[in-house]
Design a protein around this ligand. Sequence first.
Ligand SMILES: CC(C)(COP(=O)(O)OP(=O)(O)OC[C@H]1O[C@@H](n2cnc3c(N)ncnc32)[C@H](O)[C@@H]1OP(=O)(O)O)[C@@H](O)C(=O)NCCC(=O)NCCS
Length: 164
Amino acid sequence: MQFRPAGPDDLALLRHWDTQPHVLASGVEDWEWEKELPLDPPWREQLIAELDGRPIGFLQIIDPYLEETHYWGDCEPNLRAIDIWIGEAGDLGRGHGTRMMNMALERCFADPAVTAVLIDPLAKNTRAHRFYMRIGFEFVEERWFDEDHCHVYRLSRERFESRS
Ligand SMILES: CC(C)(COP(=O)(O)OP(=O)(O)OC[C@H]1O[C@@H](n2cnc3c(N)ncnc32)[C@H](O)[C@@H]1OP(=O)(O)O)[C@@H](O)C(=O)NCCC(=O)NCCS
């Protein structure tokens, strides 16, 4: 498994994944790929996960303190927030998501300033809650992001380091 930066050449792939029922059910909406893929702001990484050269999923890491729409509201510096999905239904439930998250967490905590990682699955996405809790995330609170009723989970550096 490897990450590479997502770019304009991934437009058709990401649009295709956006139409998959399991992706739609997780609350993924219009990510404005045409506008966003050519950009590379310092507070964001958009990554394609490839397995033996085959793209299988998307993962985004942001710094929620610096992210320009302030989606996460007022929050402390030195956090990261992650979005993740597997593209094709046939690739679900095979351990790829766990591998992607673990690689992403290594990437986040490689910066010694980072204190914790956040995620915000929909409240109804109970399978994703199980997935994150198995990885070591802890439930923080229920929260509304615009129209979306979400559960916020957090993995602290201390907990991340005590996992291994
Ligand atoms: C969540 C996700 C990235 C996990 O990746 P994965 O490769 O399927 O997961 P793994 O094989 O490593 O682990 C299996 C666990 O993933 C979760 N999972 C599997 N399919 C899922 C789905 N369609 N939706 C949500 N979670 C799912 C479950 O917790 C599953 O454990 P279970 O079989 O005991 O229920 C992936 O399932 C996915 O892309 N789901 C749809 C999008 C999504 O929900 N993203 C998270 C939004 S916050």
